[in-house]
Design a protein around this ligand. Sequence first.
Ligand code: ATP
Length: 420
Amino acid sequence: MTEVQLQEFKLDPDSELRFEVESKNEKVVLEVKSGYAELFGTELVKGKPYEFHTGAKVAVFTWHGCTVELRGRTEVSYVAKETPMVIYLNVHAALEQQRVAAEQENTRGPVTMIVGPGDVGKSTLARILLNYAVRMARRPIFVDLDVGQGQISVPGTIGALLVERPASIEEGFSQQAPLVYHFGHKGPGENLELYNTIVSRLAEVIAERCENNKKASTSGVIINTCGWIKGAGYKVLTHAAQAFEVDVILVLDNERLYNELKRDMPKFVKVVYLPKSGGVVERSISQRAELRDARIREYFYGKRTPYYPHSFDVKFTDLKIFKVGAPCLPDSCMPLGMRAEEALTKLVAVTPSPALHHRLLCVSFAQPGDELALHCNLAGFVCVTAVDMERQTLTILSPQPRPLPNTILLLSELQYMDNH
Ligand code: ATP
């Protein structure tokens, strides 16, 4: 039996306790004993135990000083006095000023995009800024364009949420009614045409929704992006900036990207350079894969609140599965007036086969025959857990009981092995 370790930390004002939980099946419990502390912008309740599991990389920050207790085995745990939190708070204050002005002038609040290479704390900064905004009674929109390590829905998608309360310490932002679009790959480079199409579509829908929701409109938008910043990755970022008509771009830890954006963005876009926190932890390729897997598992089985998915068989004939993207032919071979790139956003029917085993299928709101199926958001996801070629059926793991809705199912490249 492993001994439960107990550690107590006294934090001075403006410092943070950083810890990681690495060992398998390990659990660490955090409790604030006195004073005030927050975790990536969410206030911690004094005396309340919070649980963290394998893979958690956490910072407990305090503006006023506090005493914190950790129970359980941590990989590392140390107190850091150097943090960029004051700078991040200043960014929040500047955005807040723009929100006040938007309210007075009945205009749109600040649309802010966070960019930078991988593992510089982009998602964390988005979470901090959203939490600070919602704690000031704002209702900002959170957009996550990171198809690999995003915080909305499952990997292989982009999405948006209206943030109405601070992120839960253990479960993140509430995932009620997110707006989600299918991409189907782990990185935008797999199909740039499709990626840009769905980014533009998401921007369009958010602009429409803001017209009918003044509170959200004046609160503004915070956009998280992928860590791919060079070559075509840079073009993807500038396209997103244009699509969302961003007002502010926060560049984390990359001077080259900062200078490129300063050069290329129109003058009214404020490009701001920010340092990264020394606490941000780099993740290996295998850790990233594990995180993606964990997000899919959470979708079906829940995190702290358990979910109970259904498993049932569906006949091949009752399914309409499509993948996005036909092989790209040279322009000279295309019908008159059609660009070769258009093939990349075409729906192609998929014949069920053993290759579908473990694959995710996205349940679209689009009906069969819908020309603009990709412009429809997603209702949810199912996972193929078995393919029976003899009986011509698929076994499916689904959050909802049978039958599957009569809609288009979009095939994702992402896989999930259900061994629950
Ligand atoms: P990616 O480009 O891969 O999406 P990112 O730039 O969005 O990465 P984050 O996901 O924000 O980076 O951070 C990477 C990891 O570092 C996360 O597990 C996060 O919890 C952790 N982290 C962030 N800030 C701190 C901190 N100050 N102390 C300890 N851990 C931190």
